[in-house]
Design a protein around this ligand. Sequence first.
Ligand code: ADP
Length: 314
Amino acid sequence: MLAPQTEPQFAIEARGLDKTYSAQGKGNATHALKSVDLVVPRGSFFGLLGPNGAGKSTFINILGGLVVKSGGTAKIWGHDITTDPMNARGAIGIVPQELNMDPFFTPGEALEIQAGYYGVPKAERRTEEILKAVGLWDKRDAYARTLSGGMKRRLLVAKAMVHAPPVLVLDEPTAGVDVELRRQLWDYVRSLHASGVTIVLTTHYLEEAQELCDTIAIINHGNVIACEPTHKLISRLDQKTLVVTPQTPVTPPLKGFEDFTFAMRPTGAFAITYRTGEHSVEEMLDRVRNAGISIKDLSIEEPDLEDVFVQLTA
Ligand code: ADP
C-alpha cells in the first residue's frame, strides 16, 4: 500500500551532515551536528538516542525542512532534501515533540487540511481509515482543545500519516503519555511498521527503545558514536551482574569486592557487576563465600540498553 514504485537502498541517508547554529547575542555558535554519516535501513524500526542536547532534534528538523543544514547531504527515500525537496518532504511524516495544534479544528478537519497541504486528492484521502486506526473516529467532530494529551498525541501521528509517507519519524512520542495510551500508540506504530513503513524513533525511555527498535544509533555532542542492530549493541558490554540475597544482612564494604562495581538493593540483596572476559561466575561465587557470606538466593542479570548507553555517553 505504502511502498512506492522504486525502492531506494536506504530510507534515510545522511553523509557528512553538518549544522552550526550561529552565535546570537552574547552566546557562542553551537556545532550541533559534526559531519554526521548515518543511514536508516529501509523497513527498519530505528532508534535515534542520545542525551539532551546531543543533536537529535537538529537531525530530524533538517530532514523535515525546519532547520537548514550547514553542510553535507541528506536523502529521504532517495530524494535529496536540497535538490529534490518536494519529493523528500513527501516521503516523510514527522510527529513533533510539542503538542501544538490549532484548538479550533476537529480531528476530521485537521486531517483534511493536512491532506490538502500535501496535495492529496480528495478521492485518495483516508481520513476515516486513519482516525479509526488511531482510535479517534469517535472524536472526529470534537474540538482539538477538548482532547486529552494522549488523544492529541495520536492526532499528531494521524496528521503525519495523511500522505502515506514510507518513513515516519516520531520525536519523543510518549513523553507524558500514560501506560495504556502508550500501548495503543505502539500498537498502531507497530502495525504501520508491519505494513512496510520505516520508523525512526527518538525517546528517553531506553526500555521502550530496546523493546521496539531493531537498530539503534547513539548520538552524543553531534557525533554518531554507535549505530548497529540492537542485540549487537547490547552484546558489546562484556559484563554481567551477580545479585546475591544473603542469609543474614550484610554491610558494605565487603572484603574481596574492592575492584568491582558493588551496589546494595532495597531488598537487602547486593549486586556485583563483573567483566565476563576477566572473571567467571564460579570465581565470583567463591569470592562471596570467602567474604563469609552464606547465600539465600542468587540471580544473574544481563546488561541492557541503559548500561550500554551510560557507558558510551559517560
Ligand atoms: P537533542 O534533540 O538531542 O536534545 P538538539 O538538536 O535540540 O539536541 O540540540 C543540539 C545542540 O544545538 C544543543 O547544544 C542546543 O542547545 C543547540 N541548539 C538547538 N537548536 C538551536 C537553535 N535554534 N539555536 C541555537 N542553538 C540551538
